[in-house]
Design a protein around this ligand. Structure first.
Ligand code: CU
Length: 283
Protein backbone atom coordinates (compact mmCIF):
# COMPACT_ATOMS: atom_id res chain seq x y z
CA UNK A 1 0.00 0.00 0.00
CA UNK A 2 2.80 2.41 0.99
CA UNK A 3 4.45 1.70 -2.32
CA UNK A 4 1.21 2.49 -4.09
CA UNK A 5 0.91 5.85 -2.40
CA UNK A 6 4.48 6.75 -3.23
CA UNK A 7 3.96 5.75 -6.82
CA UNK A 8 0.79 7.80 -7.04
CA UNK A 9 2.58 10.75 -5.48
CA UNK A 10 5.43 10.56 -7.95
CA UNK A 11 3.01 10.29 -10.83
CA UNK A 12 1.18 13.32 -9.50
CA UNK A 13 4.36 15.36 -9.53
CA UNK A 14 5.04 14.23 -13.06
CA UNK A 15 1.50 15.00 -14.12
CA UNK A 16 1.58 18.49 -12.67
CA UNK A 17 4.94 19.44 -14.04
CA UNK A 18 4.10 17.78 -17.32
CA UNK A 19 0.69 19.11 -18.15
CA UNK A 20 0.19 22.27 -16.12
CA UNK A 21 -3.05 23.85 -17.17
CA UNK A 22 -4.16 21.43 -19.80
CA UNK A 23 -6.37 19.11 -17.91
CA UNK A 24 -7.73 17.51 -21.00
CA UNK A 25 -4.72 15.29 -21.50
CA UNK A 26 -2.79 12.95 -19.25
CA UNK A 27 -5.87 11.19 -18.06
CA UNK A 28 -3.89 8.39 -16.67
CA UNK A 29 -2.07 10.67 -14.27
CA UNK A 30 -5.30 12.30 -13.20
CA UNK A 31 -6.58 8.98 -12.10
CA UNK A 32 -3.57 8.73 -9.87
CA UNK A 33 -4.30 12.09 -8.27
CA UNK A 34 -7.55 10.50 -7.39
CA UNK A 35 -5.92 7.52 -5.83
CA UNK A 36 -3.62 9.68 -3.80
CA UNK A 37 -6.63 11.55 -2.57
CA UNK A 38 -8.25 8.29 -1.61
CA UNK A 39 -5.19 6.98 0.12
CA UNK A 40 -4.56 10.01 2.22
CA UNK A 41 -7.86 11.74 2.66
CA UNK A 42 -10.78 9.40 3.10
CA UNK A 43 -13.11 11.57 5.05
CA UNK A 44 -12.50 14.69 3.05
CA UNK A 45 -14.79 16.94 4.99
CA UNK A 46 -12.55 18.35 7.68
CA UNK A 47 -9.26 17.20 6.36
CA UNK A 48 -7.03 19.41 4.37
CA UNK A 49 -5.45 18.19 1.24
CA UNK A 50 -1.87 18.91 0.36
CA UNK A 51 -1.70 20.10 -3.18
CA UNK A 52 1.41 20.89 -5.11
CA UNK A 53 2.95 24.33 -4.55
CA UNK A 54 1.28 24.24 -1.14
CA UNK A 55 -2.20 24.95 -2.40
CA UNK A 56 -4.11 23.68 0.60
CA UNK A 57 -7.84 24.20 0.55
CA UNK A 58 -10.70 23.79 2.94
CA UNK A 59 -14.34 23.82 2.13
CA UNK A 60 -17.56 24.86 3.88
CA UNK A 61 -20.95 23.46 2.89
CA UNK A 62 -23.98 25.68 3.50
CA UNK A 63 -27.61 25.01 2.71
CA UNK A 64 -30.14 27.83 2.43
CA UNK A 65 -32.58 25.75 4.48
CA UNK A 66 -31.70 24.61 7.97
CA UNK A 67 -33.79 21.48 7.60
CA UNK A 68 -33.61 19.65 4.28
CA UNK A 69 -36.79 18.06 3.00
CA UNK A 70 -37.16 15.61 0.16
CA UNK A 71 -38.71 16.95 -3.07
CA UNK A 72 -38.09 20.54 -1.99
CA UNK A 73 -35.32 22.33 -3.87
CA UNK A 74 -32.74 24.01 -1.69
CA UNK A 75 -29.71 26.11 -2.49
CA UNK A 76 -26.29 24.77 -1.65
CA UNK A 77 -23.29 27.09 -1.32
CA UNK A 78 -19.82 25.61 -1.31
CA UNK A 79 -17.12 27.97 -0.09
CA UNK A 80 -13.52 27.08 -0.90
CA UNK A 81 -10.83 28.77 1.20
CA UNK A 82 -7.14 28.44 1.86
CA UNK A 83 -5.63 27.17 5.09
CA UNK A 84 -6.07 30.55 6.74
CA UNK A 85 -9.71 30.92 5.68
CA UNK A 86 -9.07 33.31 2.81
CA UNK A 87 -11.25 32.56 -0.24
CA UNK A 88 -9.51 30.77 -3.11
CA UNK A 89 -10.07 32.99 -6.13
CA UNK A 90 -9.02 30.93 -9.11
CA UNK A 91 -9.68 27.40 -10.21
CA UNK A 92 -8.51 25.31 -13.12
CA UNK A 93 -11.06 24.07 -15.60
CA UNK A 94 -11.18 20.30 -15.53
CA UNK A 95 -13.44 18.61 -18.03
CA UNK A 96 -15.02 21.88 -19.05
CA UNK A 97 -16.09 22.84 -15.51
CA UNK A 98 -14.60 24.53 -12.47
CA UNK A 99 -16.36 22.19 -10.09
CA UNK A 100 -18.06 18.82 -10.36
CA UNK A 101 -20.50 17.81 -7.64
CA UNK A 102 -21.62 14.21 -7.24
CA UNK A 103 -24.63 13.41 -5.04
CA UNK A 104 -25.38 9.83 -4.00
CA UNK A 105 -27.80 8.25 -1.56
CA UNK A 106 -26.41 6.25 1.35
CA UNK A 107 -27.21 2.93 -0.34
CA UNK A 108 -25.70 4.19 -3.63
CA UNK A 109 -28.96 3.61 -5.51
CA UNK A 110 -29.32 7.30 -6.38
CA UNK A 111 -26.73 9.28 -8.34
CA UNK A 112 -26.59 12.83 -9.60
CA UNK A 113 -23.79 14.78 -11.29
CA UNK A 114 -24.08 18.58 -10.97
CA UNK A 115 -21.94 21.56 -11.91
CA UNK A 116 -22.23 24.34 -9.33
CA UNK A 117 -21.96 27.84 -10.71
CA UNK A 118 -18.92 29.91 -9.73
CA UNK A 119 -19.93 33.17 -8.09
CA UNK A 120 -16.41 34.43 -7.46
CA UNK A 121 -14.54 34.69 -4.15
CA UNK A 122 -14.29 30.92 -3.82
CA UNK A 123 -18.06 30.50 -3.72
CA UNK A 124 -20.01 27.97 -5.78
CA UNK A 125 -23.78 27.54 -5.73
CA UNK A 126 -26.28 25.05 -7.06
CA UNK A 127 -29.92 24.19 -6.60
CA UNK A 128 -30.36 20.69 -5.30
CA UNK A 129 -33.42 18.51 -4.77
CA UNK A 130 -33.21 15.24 -2.88
CA UNK A 131 -35.65 12.59 -4.15
CA UNK A 132 -36.40 11.01 -0.76
CA UNK A 133 -35.55 11.14 2.92
CA UNK A 134 -32.37 9.66 4.36
CA UNK A 135 -28.66 10.27 4.19
CA UNK A 136 -26.77 11.49 1.15
CA UNK A 137 -23.10 11.83 0.40
CA UNK A 138 -21.89 14.84 -1.57
CA UNK A 139 -18.51 15.02 -3.33
CA UNK A 140 -17.05 18.29 -4.60
CA UNK A 141 -14.29 17.81 -7.15
CA UNK A 142 -12.13 20.81 -8.13
CA UNK A 143 -8.60 22.01 -8.86
CA UNK A 144 -7.38 25.21 -7.18
CA UNK A 145 -5.18 27.20 -9.56
CA UNK A 146 -1.60 25.93 -9.38
CA UNK A 147 -2.63 22.98 -7.24
CA UNK A 148 -3.75 19.45 -7.83
CA UNK A 149 -7.15 17.85 -7.89
CA UNK A 150 -9.13 17.90 -4.66
CA UNK A 151 -12.17 15.84 -3.71
CA UNK A 152 -14.04 16.74 -0.51
CA UNK A 153 -17.09 14.97 0.75
CA UNK A 154 -19.95 15.78 3.07
CA UNK A 155 -22.90 13.87 4.49
CA UNK A 156 -26.39 15.36 4.79
CA UNK A 157 -29.56 14.06 6.36
CA UNK A 158 -32.78 14.75 4.49
CA UNK A 159 -36.24 14.67 6.08
CA UNK A 160 -39.10 12.86 4.37
CA UNK A 161 -40.28 9.40 3.44
CA UNK A 162 -37.33 7.10 2.90
CA UNK A 163 -36.93 5.07 -0.26
CA UNK A 164 -36.54 1.36 0.26
CA UNK A 165 -32.88 0.58 0.86
CA UNK A 166 -31.41 -1.73 -1.72
CA UNK A 167 -28.41 -3.84 -0.73
CA UNK A 168 -25.71 -3.67 -3.38
CA UNK A 169 -25.16 -6.94 -5.20
CA UNK A 170 -22.41 -7.40 -7.79
CA UNK A 171 -23.99 -7.66 -11.24
CA UNK A 172 -24.07 -11.15 -12.68
CA UNK A 173 -25.13 -9.77 -16.00
CA UNK A 174 -22.83 -6.99 -17.15
CA UNK A 175 -25.07 -5.90 -20.01
CA UNK A 176 -27.47 -3.02 -19.31
CA UNK A 177 -30.05 -1.45 -21.55
CA UNK A 178 -30.39 2.32 -21.27
CA UNK A 179 -32.27 4.53 -23.71
CA UNK A 180 -32.36 1.91 -26.44
CA UNK A 181 -28.67 1.14 -26.14
CA UNK A 182 -27.09 -2.06 -24.94
CA UNK A 183 -24.00 -1.36 -22.88
CA UNK A 184 -21.73 -4.25 -21.90
CA UNK A 185 -19.00 -3.79 -19.34
CA UNK A 186 -16.00 -6.09 -19.47
CA UNK A 187 -12.83 -6.39 -17.41
CA UNK A 188 -10.28 -8.93 -16.24
CA UNK A 189 -10.08 -9.89 -12.57
CA UNK A 190 -10.60 -6.87 -10.34
CA UNK A 191 -7.96 -6.86 -7.62
CA UNK A 192 -7.35 -4.28 -4.92
CA UNK A 193 -4.32 -2.10 -5.58
CA UNK A 194 -3.99 -3.37 -9.13
CA UNK A 195 -4.71 -1.45 -12.27
CA UNK A 196 -7.82 -2.60 -14.09
CA UNK A 197 -9.19 -1.82 -17.53
CA UNK A 198 -12.92 -1.22 -17.80
CA UNK A 199 -14.29 -1.50 -21.32
CA UNK A 200 -17.81 -0.35 -22.14
CA UNK A 201 -19.14 -1.68 -25.43
CA UNK A 202 -22.09 0.01 -27.14
CA UNK A 203 -24.72 -1.59 -29.36
CA UNK A 204 -28.06 -0.44 -30.61
CA UNK A 205 -30.63 -2.61 -28.85
CA UNK A 206 -33.02 -2.83 -31.80
CA UNK A 207 -30.61 -3.41 -34.66
CA UNK A 208 -27.76 -5.05 -32.75
CA UNK A 209 -25.36 -2.77 -34.60
CA UNK A 210 -22.30 -1.26 -32.95
CA UNK A 211 -22.64 2.38 -31.95
CA UNK A 212 -19.76 4.38 -33.37
CA UNK A 213 -21.03 7.94 -32.97
CA UNK A 214 -20.84 8.58 -29.24
CA UNK A 215 -20.48 12.30 -28.60
CA UNK A 216 -18.03 14.01 -26.28
CA UNK A 217 -19.50 14.54 -22.83
CA UNK A 218 -17.62 17.24 -20.89
CA UNK A 219 -14.84 17.02 -23.43
CA UNK A 220 -14.37 13.26 -23.44
CA UNK A 221 -16.07 10.10 -24.65
CA UNK A 222 -17.42 9.47 -21.18
CA UNK A 223 -17.05 9.94 -17.46
CA UNK A 224 -16.99 7.23 -14.87
CA UNK A 225 -17.53 7.74 -11.15
CA UNK A 226 -16.94 4.84 -8.79
CA UNK A 227 -17.82 4.72 -5.08
CA UNK A 228 -17.04 1.95 -2.64
CA UNK A 229 -19.79 0.58 -0.45
CA UNK A 230 -19.73 1.59 3.26
CA UNK A 231 -16.44 3.50 3.17
CA UNK A 232 -17.56 5.79 0.31
CA UNK A 233 -14.12 5.96 -1.30
CA UNK A 234 -14.54 7.98 -4.45
CA UNK A 235 -12.83 7.35 -7.78
CA UNK A 236 -13.44 9.61 -10.75
CA UNK A 237 -11.79 8.07 -13.76
CA UNK A 238 -11.50 9.22 -17.32
CA UNK A 239 -11.05 7.46 -20.63
CA UNK A 240 -7.77 6.21 -22.05
CA UNK A 241 -8.72 7.72 -25.39
CA UNK A 242 -10.86 10.79 -24.89
CA UNK A 243 -11.59 11.09 -28.60
CA UNK A 244 -13.11 7.61 -28.87
CA UNK A 245 -16.60 7.48 -30.39
CA UNK A 246 -17.48 3.85 -29.72
CA UNK A 247 -18.28 1.07 -29.94
CA UNK A 248 -15.73 0.81 -27.08
CA UNK A 249 -14.94 3.31 -24.36
CA UNK A 250 -11.96 2.22 -22.27
CA UNK A 251 -11.07 3.41 -18.77
CA UNK A 252 -8.23 2.61 -16.43
CA UNK A 253 -8.78 2.48 -12.70
CA UNK A 254 -7.04 1.31 -9.58
CA UNK A 255 -9.39 0.15 -6.86
CA UNK A 256 -7.77 1.02 -3.52
CA UNK A 257 -9.28 -1.82 -1.48
CA UNK A 258 -11.32 -4.94 -1.93
CA UNK A 259 -15.08 -4.76 -1.54
CA UNK A 260 -18.15 -3.83 -3.50
CA UNK A 261 -18.07 -0.79 -5.72
CA UNK A 262 -20.86 1.03 -7.52
CA UNK A 263 -19.99 2.38 -10.94
CA UNK A 264 -21.86 5.10 -12.83
CA UNK A 265 -20.69 5.55 -16.39
CA UNK A 266 -21.94 8.61 -18.24
CA UNK A 267 -21.98 9.01 -22.00
CA UNK A 268 -23.61 11.20 -24.59
CA UNK A 269 -25.33 9.92 -27.70
CA UNK A 270 -27.57 11.82 -30.12
CA UNK A 271 -27.70 14.77 -27.77
CA UNK A 272 -28.73 12.84 -24.67
CA UNK A 273 -26.60 12.07 -21.63
CA UNK A 274 -27.11 8.58 -20.31
CA UNK A 275 -26.00 7.17 -16.98
CA UNK A 276 -25.28 3.46 -16.83
CA UNK A 277 -24.91 1.86 -13.38
CA UNK A 278 -22.94 -1.28 -12.63
CA UNK A 279 -22.05 -3.01 -9.36
CA UNK A 280 -18.76 -4.91 -9.18
CA UNK A 281 -16.79 -6.84 -6.60
CA UNK A 282 -13.08 -6.27 -6.13
CA UNK A 283 -11.11 -9.01 -4.39
CU1 CU B 1 -18.88 17.06 -13.76
Amino acid sequence: MKKGIMLAFLTTLLAVSGCGKTNSSHEHQHMNHENMEQSTNHEGMHHETEGTKNVVTQIAWKFADTSLKSHEPTKLTIQVSDKGGKPIQNFEIQHEKLMHLIVVSEDLSYFEHLHPEYKGNGSFTTAITFPSGGKYKLYADYVPKGGSKVVKNYTVEVQGAKAKTVALKPDKNLTKVVAGKEITLSFDKLKAGREATLTFHFKDKKTGKSITNLQPYLGAVGHVVIIREHSYDYLHVHPMDEQAKGPDAVFMVQFPKNGIYQIWAQFQHEGNVITVPFTVKVS
